[in-house]
Design a protein around this ligand. Structure first.
Ligand code: PLP
Length: 384
């Protein structure tokens, strides 16, 4: 990346690797030809690998929200009792979509910064029959990873379907759809997959397809049944974002070349480095210990985080995010997903130290960098 390009350390969209940019710039091609069929096959194989599923992995031209809506409307019916786990903005969005399509939604609201308690989920599932549980895995607005494996187990025991939003973590952390019992995995292009926004993915297993046969929520463009029927012919039902799909092939090749386990380890190490740096500055992490995200770190901000975000962008060309909704101004969030290596963490920490100091929160840049370097090294990452 040229030094003059803004460094995207927001929790998506993320930085584009050169191979992805090259793929985006290739000549146009026919979306119903052999080339597209081969590309779709390669991409859905790659997505299945990331989701660890033998089910279908469908590619939609939409943002991540489109995949959330596709999963809900293709698998459920109006009036279905749905348990929505809400620990932040994206959990809320799942609930809002289910409500918009007239599901009978019960919310389990989790305090922001905390993880959902699988025991409480189990309890709720034992008191009432639910058709589905909808939850976020990586809650981007708070930097929390919910214990989805345990939630999925409780959901399966209760005979409900599990729809899980993995938009900001698929490709950055293990998602074991078949093993854990996630019936529908929802994801998007602009996070760990290193692509621009515009593609959304749904992984759907056998139980999801059985549910889809009964489902009667209205939909059309986002109907997963149509998407599956077309995928079987090497196509998509509607004109897809061809350039983005070509770029998806390139992104999956990059992941394969590094190795998925190595990609996960790098994300974990960059998260450790980020946490160590902010902790060395005397700041407190927002997410509950034990449930901190490997792809986004949320931090209690000692200054108005909107000012900090602006300072880093204007003075350093480093983009981080503030808080959303009631957390606006109170937290800042650093995304470390996709292409992020230690070099980018270093640049971000330097900018952050300068920003905090300039906004009258004194901190020691050298100590922050040392802590980051040590944490990354301890986690087995290469540091320059
Ligand atoms: N879910 C999560 C966890 C997200 O982080 C996002 C986007 O940031 C979405 C859903 C929505 O995706 P999109 O903005 O691509 O519609």
């Amino acid at each position: 990346m040229a030094q003059t390009d803004p460094l995207l350390m927001i929790p998506g969209p993320t930085n584009l690797p050169p191979q992805v940019r090259e793929a985006l710039g290739r000549p146009g091609f026919y979306h119903r030809g052999d080339r597209m069929a081969a590309l779709l096959e390669r991409c859905s194989d790659g997505l299945r690998h990331l989701m660890d599923t033998s089910g279908d992995a469908l590619i939609l031209t939409a943002s991540g929200t489109g995949a959330m809506e596709a999963a809900i409307t293709s698998l459920l019916s109006p009036g279905d009792p749905v348990l929505a786990i809400e620990g932040g903005k994206f959990g809320e969005r799942l609930r809002e979509i289910a409500v918009a399509y007239r599901a009978d939604v019960t919310s389990y609201v989790v305090e922001p910064g905390h993880a959902a308690d699988p025991g409480q989920v189990r309890d709720l599932l034992s008191k009432q029959r639910f058709t589905a549980v909808v939850t976020t895995y990586n809650e981007t607005s708070t930097g929390v990873m919910h214990p989805v494996e345990q939630i999925a187990a409780a959901t399966r025991e209760a005979g409900a379907l599990m729809i899980c939003d993995c938009v900001s973590c698929l490709g950055g952390v293990p998602v074991r759809a078949d093993e854990w019992g996630i019936d529908a995995v929802v994801a998007g292009s602009q996070k760990c997959l290193m692509l621009p926004p515009g593609l959304a993915f749904v992984g759907a297993g056998e139980r999801a397809w059985e549910a889809a046969e009964r489902a009667s929520m209205p939909n059309y463009y986002l109907d997963l049944r149509r998407a599956r029927a077309s995928a079987r012919k090497g196509q998509t039902p509607w004109t897809p974002a061809t350039a983005l799909i070509a770029a998806l092939g390139a992104a999956l090749d990059i992941i394969d070349a590094e190795g998925l386990e190595a990609v996960f380890a790098r994300h974990a190490a960059m998260a450790e480095a980020t946490r160590a740096a902010v902790t060395a500055a005397g700041l407190e992490l927002f997410a509950q210990e034990g449930f901190r995200s490997p792809t986004v770190t949320a931090v209690h901000s000692p200054v108005d985080s909107s000012d900090l975000v602006r300072y880093l962008r204007e003075r350093h060309g480093v983009l981080i995010s503030g808080g959303q909704g009631e957390l606006k101004g109170r937290i800042f969030r650093i995304g470390h997903m996709g292409t992020v290596h230690f070099e980018q963490i270093e640049r971000t920490v330097e900018a952050l130290a300068d920003g905090l100091t300039n906004l009258s929160f004194g901190c020691d840049a050298a100590a922050m960098l040392d802590a980051a370097r040590q944490a990354a090294t301890d986690a087995g990452a290469e540091v320059n």
